[in-house]
Each structure stands twice: as structure tokens, then as C-alpha cells.
Design a protein around this ligand. Structure first.
Ligand SMILES: Nc1nc2c(c(=O)[nH]1)N[C@H]1C(S)=C(S)[C@@H](COP(=O)(O)O)O[C@H]1N2
Ligand SMILES: [Mo]
Length: 257
């Protein structure tokens, strides 16, 4: 199912011989010729730590937004393209009318919203570029609710450092997809829970009914099929403890581009 598997095997192999920082570059070798942005993000990812990059690019800097004419004709779907569980299939049948997203953990007031209720909240639309480490990128128009607005409603406790996005899909071994970002980054204006792509309700391959858009970071941070946002102080004990499905297999947690 998830098509990063082969490159991950190579990465595991390479891990013994080279430092972690160069792995990002090596795993992308096959695809370098396909895209011009890749060398650029790789050199940054290699050389800059999160701290350095944050100093260069302030946390509230906006990702580039494009015009309507820049929207890609085809936006590929990647990774899991259907959670495939019976539960999820039932939600599809009911057009996600029963889907909820809950915000729990280190918050003053845990809350949950139905998809319909989320759509009632003020929305944001942004046309941005998605960059996948597998060597493709695409520009899409995303509409959704700013995650910061949800944060204002649940009121994170001061101990909350990370927001963990739990997804509905599991891999062959039963491991659920998840991702995490800093709570501070939830307040970035372009961090949204998107329910539309290119003016249409999000389809199943692209993460229906809700997926994270956390611009300025790589494709694997853009969690699809989001069911729950959990605020925590530490990532230890969640999944493999590295902050995300791919991070647990060696990818960088701070996937800045
Ligand atoms: N739940 C979930 N989210 C996911 C993935 C996945 O397999 N499951 N794949 C990630 C990867 S690697 C990429 S590039 C993007 C792909 O999003 P798209 O299918 O809309 O192109 O989703 C990311 N979010
Ligand atoms: Mo990706």
C-alpha cells in the first residue's frame, strides 16, 4: 500500500553507513532529474536544523500562495488512498454526515465537531504547492478551517507542546497513520483542516473528509483522514515515539521546505 516502502528499505540499509542528515538526499536520488525543487529542499533539509531554519524563516512566515491559473490539472494521490476499513466505508456511504473530529488531551475544554459544524466556522482558502519526498509536486487550492481557531476554542494548557493528528487509515501491520506538529504551528494562518480541494469536497484518495494542510512542510506531514487531534507534552509513547508514521521509520520530524 504505502509506496515509500522501497525507499525506506534502502534508507534502513544506508543508515549503517552514512549519517542521518544525508539520508534525505540519498533517498531522493532516483527522482532528482524529475523536479527542480528537490535539490533545493534537500540541501536545506540536510544542512539546517529546526532551530537554524526557524531563525532564518520565522515561524509565522507564509508559504508562497499561487494564482488560480497555476493549479495543477492533476493532483496526484499518494500513500494510502482509501483507509479501506468497514467503518470508513460506512462513512463514505453516508457522505461523512456522521464524521467528527475531536480535540482532546492537554486542553481546557475538549471538544468535537461534526463535519457540518466545522463547515459553519469561518474558512480559509489557499493555493499552495505540495512537495512529496518521492519527487513530485502539485499545486492545489485548499479550503478548510484554521486549526488555530479550533485551538482558541479548546484552549490548550501551557504544558501542551505538540498536536498529534490521528488518522483513520492503518497499514498492513495494523499501524495507524499519524502526524504531529508543534502547538505553536497550529496558529499559523495557513495551518488548516481542509475539506475542499479545488472547490470540490475532498475525495477519498486525497483524505476525505478532512486532512491537515501544514504548508512549508513536506507531503508526509499533510495527514489525511483526520479523526482526532490530541495535544500532548511529549511524543514518547505515541506510535513509535518519533512524531509520525514516517518519522518512526527514519524521516525527519521537522520537514521544513
Ligand atoms: N492518513 C494518511 N495521510 C497521509 C498519507 C497516508 O498514507 N495516510 N501519505 C502522506 C504523503 S507521503 C503524501 S505525499 C500526502 C499525499 O496527499 P495526496 O494523496 O492528497 O496527494 O499525504 C500524506 N498524508
Ligand atoms: Mo509523500
Amino acid at each position: 500500500m504505502i509506496s515509500h516502502k522501497r525507499s525506506m528499505e534502502r534508507r534502513q540499509f544506508l543508515k549503517g553507513t552514512v549519517g542521518a542528515a544525508s539520508l534525505v538526499a540519498l533517498s531522493g536520488c532516483d527522482n532528482l532529474t524529475q523536479s527542480s525543487w528537490l535539490p533545493n529542499i534537500l540541501s536545506k533539509a540536510e544542512q539546517l536544523t529546526e532551530v537554524v531554519q526557524r531563525a532564518v524563516t520565522p515561524r509565522d512566515a507564509l508559504a508562497k500562495e499561487y494564482g488560480a491559473s497555476d493549479i495543477s490539472k492533476v493532483f496526484p494521490a499518494n500513500g494510502n488512498t482509501d483507509p479501506g476499513t468497514q467503518d470508513y466505508a460506512e462513512h463514505v456511504t453516508k457522505q461523512f454526515s456522521g464524521w467528527t473530529v475531536e480535540v482532546v488531551g492537554l486542553v481546557k475544554t475538549p471538544r468535537s465537531w461534526s463535519l457540518g459544524a466545522l463547515k459553519e466556522l469561518p474558512s480559509r482558502t489557499q493555493i499552495t504547492r505540495h512537495d512529496c519526498v518521492e519527487g513530485w509536486s502539485a499545486i492545489g487550492k485548499w479550503t478548510g478551517v484554521p486549526v488555530g481557531d479550533l485551538m482558541h476554542l479548546v484552549e490548550p494548557l501551557s504544558s501542551a507542546r505538540y498536536a498529534v493528528f490521528h488518522c483513520a487509515d492503518v497499514d498492513d501491520e495494523g499501524i495507524a497513520y499519524y502526524e504531529s506538529i508543534a502547538v505553536a504551528d497550529c496558529y499559523h494562518p495557513q495551518t488548516i483542516l481542509a475539506y475542499e480541494l479545488n472547490d470540490e469536497a475532498l475525495d477519498v484518495p486525497h483524505g476525505a473528509p478532512l486532512r491537515l494542510r501544514f504548508e512549508r512542510q513536506l507531503g508526509y506531514k499533510q495527514a489525511k483522514y483526520v479523526m482526532k487531534i490530541e495535544l500532548v507534552e511529549s511524543l514518547a509513547g505515541i506510535g513509535g515515539g518519533k512524531g509520525g508514521y514516517w518519522e518512526d521509520q527514519g524521516y525527519e520530524w521537522y520537514a521544513g521546505i
